[in-house]
Design a binder for this molecule. Structure first.
Ligand code: 4NP
Length: 167
């Protein structure tokens, strides 16, 4: 996972189902943590959903409120992941097992499927179920749990990126 040979940034795409709750939140958290780590120029982050229901919509109001309360800026328009995106992404991080399976189904070959991982696999303290639970049909506390999980996973991911991009 070293820097690209031509010096172009490492590209990470965060993916959930609708691209209005979990993955836009993950995008905001990861971008802020990369900025704080001095890696904003070295790693480019975006997000998408496996589904198309919310394409063109902003982030869910509850996601925006939860992000804002912790100081993360948001400016988001939902998009659907397309198989051709694999060519322009080094790492594709799924929020849950269903997203992971769908992304791997879209991958053109086994090597590409290997570049799809669960985001929470980067949280060294996460045990058991590594899903970020879908907060869409629940209450506000679901968004707080999601943010707690995303912050820990993004800390772990930034550590991995910092070490591998330096080598
Ligand atoms: P997300 O949440 O995948 O975290 O963006 C959802 C948003 C919308 C729907 C499901 C999950 N939906 O069924 O419309």
């Amino acid at each position: 996972m070293g820097l690209m040979p031509n010096g172009s940034p490492y590209r990470v795409c965060l993916v959930c189902l609708g691209n209005i709750c979990r993955s836009p939140m993950a995008e905001a958290v990861l971008r802020a943590k990369l900025l704080a780590a001095g890696l904003a120029g070295a790693v480019v982050v975006d997000s998408a959903g496996t589904g198309d229901w919310h394409v063109g919509h902003g982030a869910d109001a509850r996601a925006r409120a939860a992000l804002g309360a912790r100081g993360y800026p948001t400016d988001h328009t939902a998009r659907q992941f397309a198989a051709r995106w694999f060519a322009d992404r080094d790492l594709v991080l799924a929020m849950d097992g269903a997203n992971l399976r769908e992304l791997r189904r879209l991958a053109p070959d086994p090597e590409t499927a290997e570049r799809v991982r669960l985001l929470r696999s980067y949280d060294p303290k996460a045990t058991g179920d590594l899903d970020v639970p879908d907060p869409y049909f629940g209450g506000d506390d679901g968004f707080e749990l999601v943010l707690d999980q995303l912050e820990r996973a993004c800390d772990g991911l930034v550590d991995v990126l910092r070490r591998s991009l330096a080598s």
